[in-house]
Design a binder for this molecule. Structure first.
Ligand code: MZP
Length: 507
C-alpha cells in the first residue's frame, strides 16, 4: 500500500515570521547577506559564496548574458540555460566572463578601410557611439585609432569615405597600458576629460576599453560577485544527456558553477553524470543539482552524487503544470522544511554542510524571506527576473502596458525535453509541463534587487539577526489562517490604486 505522508503539503504564503528582540546593533547596514554555494566542513569556509541570496533560473526566457552580468553586479548569480547548443551557451558564458567589471572587451570594432556607413550600421546594431579601429577589425587586433559619432556629420559627409580618414589615429589617442588599475584608468579619463580609454598591450594590440560610466557604476555596486581574476561569476546549467561534451566546453569558457537542470533530480542518471564530473575534474568544479522535494532525495544527491548544493522544488514554478499533468510534486514550504531538516541531520552526522536552494514558486518578496527563514541558503527565481529589462526577451506593448514573454522549459516553445526525460529513448516533448505566458515589466535588475534586499535586511533586523544563518536559526514561523491572511492586507479602506487615482490627484 502507498505511504501517506503525515501533514498537509504547505506553501510559503501560509506562513508568517514572528519578530524577535531587536537591539541597537540590528541595523540594515550591519546585515550580512552572504550565502554559501559550495559544501564545506565544520570550521572551514565555503570556496564560493554569493553576496546576496538570489540566483536566476536556468531558463531561455530568463538567464542570458545580460541578466547574468546585471545580477552578478548586484552580488547574485545566474545560471545560463542549457536548452541551447553547446556553442551558444559557451558564447553566453564567455560574454559574462569578458565583462570584467570596468574593463570591457570591445565588441564594436572596425577596420581602417571600413566606411562611415559601416560605422553607422554597427552603431544601429550595438547602440555604441564609440568604436575602436584595429587593423583586422577584431577586438584584439593591432590598435590604430578610435572613431566616434562626433567625428563626422552624417548628413554632410560622404558615407562611403573611409573610417581611417575620420578616426583619431593612435598617435593622438589617450590610452592606457595593460596592467593599469581601474582607479588609474579613471583618473586619466577625468584629467583628460575623455569618455573612453583604450587599453593596449606592448605589441599595441587592443585589450580593453574603459568607460567613465562603468567606473561610476562599479563604485555603485560594492557587492559585485567576482572571481579571483576580478571577472564576474556566472553559473551554467547542464543536463544528464550531453554532459561529456557540454561540461568541458562550459568550463573552458570560464563557468564558475555548474548545476543540473532537471525537473526530477532523484535519479541514477543525475548521480552517474555527477560522478563522471567528479571523476574527471575532482572537487574543484562547483556542482549543484536537483530538483528534489524529500529527505531521501536529498540524501541521495548529497551522499551518492556528491553535489555541492541541492535545489528543492517540483511543480511550484509560476509557469509549471507538472502537478496537473503528472500528479508529481509537493507544496514548496513542506518540501523545503523536510529537506532542510535532513540537511541539518546530515551536517550533525558528518560535519559537512550542504547549501540548499529553494527553486520556484516565489510570488512576492515576502516568500523569499520565508524560504530563507525556513533554512534555504539561497533562492532561485524565474518570473522575478523575467520581468526585468535584462531578461533576454523582447518588450511587448499590450493595451498600453509593457510586458515580456515568459515561458516554461517544459513548454512546447522551449522544446527542452532533456530537462524532463532522463532516459535516452525520449527525444521530443510528448506533453507540456510548462506554459507560455507574459509578465509585466518592472524595471532593471539594479532597481528591483536592491528594493527586495532592503526589505530582507529590515526583516532580519525585526527578527533580531544580522546574517542569514542566524536568521534561519532564530526565526519563528507561524501558520496563518485564511482570516489572518486577509487581516494582513488592507481592510475596510479604499486605496488610491483601487480608485484609479494618481498620488497627485489624491493630495
Ligand atoms: P518561478 O520563479 O517562475 O516561479 O519558477 C522558476 C522555476 O520553475 C525554474 O527555476 C524551474 O525550476 C521551474 N521550471 C522551469 N520551467 C518549468 C516548466 O516548464 C518549470 N514546467 O517548472
Amino acid at each position: 500500500m502507498a505511504t501517506i505522508i503525515d501533514g498537509t503539503s504547505r506553501t510559503f504564503s501560509e506562513y508568517l515570521i514572528l519578530p524577535g528582540r531587536t537591539t541597537a546593533s540590528h541595523l540594515p547596514q550591519n546585515v550580512d547577506l552572504r550565502s554559501p554555494v559550495t559544501r564545506f566542513r565544520t570550521g572551514e569556509s565555503p570556496t564560493l559564496q554569493l553576496n546576496i541570496p538570489l540566483v536566476s533560473a536556468a531558463m531561455q526566457s530568463v538567464s542570458g548574458s545580460d541578466l547574468a552580468i546585471a545580477l552578478a553586479r548586484q552580488g547574485g548569480l545566474s545560471f545560463i540555460f542549457c536548452s541551447q547548443s553547446i556553442a551558444n551557451q559557451k558564447a553566453m558564458i564567455e560574454k559574462v566572463k569578458s565583462h570584467k567589471a570596468g574593463f570591457v572587451i570591445s565588441d564594436s570594432n572596425l577596420k581602417p578601410t571600413d566606411t562611415l556607413s559601416d560605422f553607422l550600421s554597427m552603431q544601429k546594431k550595438t547602440g555604441h557611439s564609440t568604436m575602436a579601429v584595429t587593423v583586422d577589425g577584431s577586438s584584439n587586433g593591432k590598435f590604430v585609432g578610435i572613431i566616434t559619432d562626433r567625428d563626422f556629420w552624417e548628413s554632410e559627409t560622404n558615407l562611403s569615405d573611409r573610417v581611417a580618414d575620420y578616426m583619431t589615429p593612435l598617435a593622438r589617442v589617450i590610452y592606457g597600458k595593460m596592467g593599469i588599475s581601474l582607479k588609474e584608468a579613471n583618473t586619466i579619463l577625468r584629467q583628460k576629460k575623455k569618455q573612453c580609454l583604450p587599453i593596449i598591450d606592448d605589441q599595441e594590440h587592443l585589450q580593453y576599453l574603459v568607460f567613465t560610466k562603468d567606473y561610476v557604476d562599479h563604485k555603485n555596486n560594492p557587492h559585485e560577485l567576482l572571481d579571483m581574476r576580478k571577472r564576474l561569476v556566472v553559473g551554467a546549467a547542464i543536463n544528464t544527456h550531453d554532459y561529456k561534451e557540454r561540461v568541458p566546453a562550459l568550463l573552458e569558457a570560464g563557468a564558475d558553477v555548474l548545476c543540473f537542470d532537471s525537473s526530477d533530480g532523484y535519479s541514477d542518471y543525475q548521480r552517474d553524470a555527477a560522478l563522471w564530473i567528479r571523476q574527471t575534474y575532482g572537487n574543484s568544479v562547483v556542482l549543484g543539482g536537483g530538483n528534489i522535494v524529500s529527505a531521501d532525495g536529498f540524501r541521495f544527491l548529497a551522499q551518492d552524487a556528491q553535489l555541492d548544493f541541492i535545489k528543492v522544488g517540483i511543480g511550484g514554478g509560476s509557469i509549471c503544470i507538472t502537478r496537473e499533468q503528472k500528479g508529481i510534486g509537493r507544496g514548496q514550504a513542506s518540501a523545503l522544511l523536510d529537506v532542510v531538516a535532513e540537511r541539518n541531520k546530515y551536517f550533525q552526522e558528518t560535519g559537512i554542510y550542504i547549501p540548499i536552494c529553494s527553486d520556484g514558486g516565489l510570488t512576492n518578496d515576502t516568500q523569499i524571506f520565508i524560504a530563507l527563514a525556513m533554512g534555504a541558503d539561497f533562492v532561485m527565481m524565474g518570473r522575478y527576473f523575467a520581468m526585468t529589462y535584462e531578461s533576454p526577451t523582447p518588450r511587448i506593448n499590450i493595451r498600453d502596458k509593457q510586458y515580456k514573454p515568459y515561458w516554461g522549459e517544459g513548454s512546447n516553445k522551449a522544446r527542452n525535453w532533456k530537462r524532463y526525460h532522463e532516459e535516452g529513448a525520449q527525444t521530443t516533448v510528448q506533453f507540456e509541463e510548462g506554459v507560455d505566458a507574459y509578465v509585466p515589466i518592472v524595471g532593471s535588475v539594479k532597481e528591483v534587487v536592491p528594493l527586495t534586499l532592503a526589505k530582507l535586511r529590515a526583516t532580519l533586523c525585526n527578527v533580531g539577526t544580522l546574517s542569514l544563518p542566524e536568521f534561519a536559526q532564530k526565526s519563528r514561523l507561524t501558520l496563518v489562517s485564511e482570516q489572518s491572511f486577509i487581516e494582513g492586507g488592507t481592510s475596510n479602506v479604499t486605496t488610491i490604486d483601487q480608485l484609479g487615482l494618481t498620488r497627485a490627484d489624491a493630495s
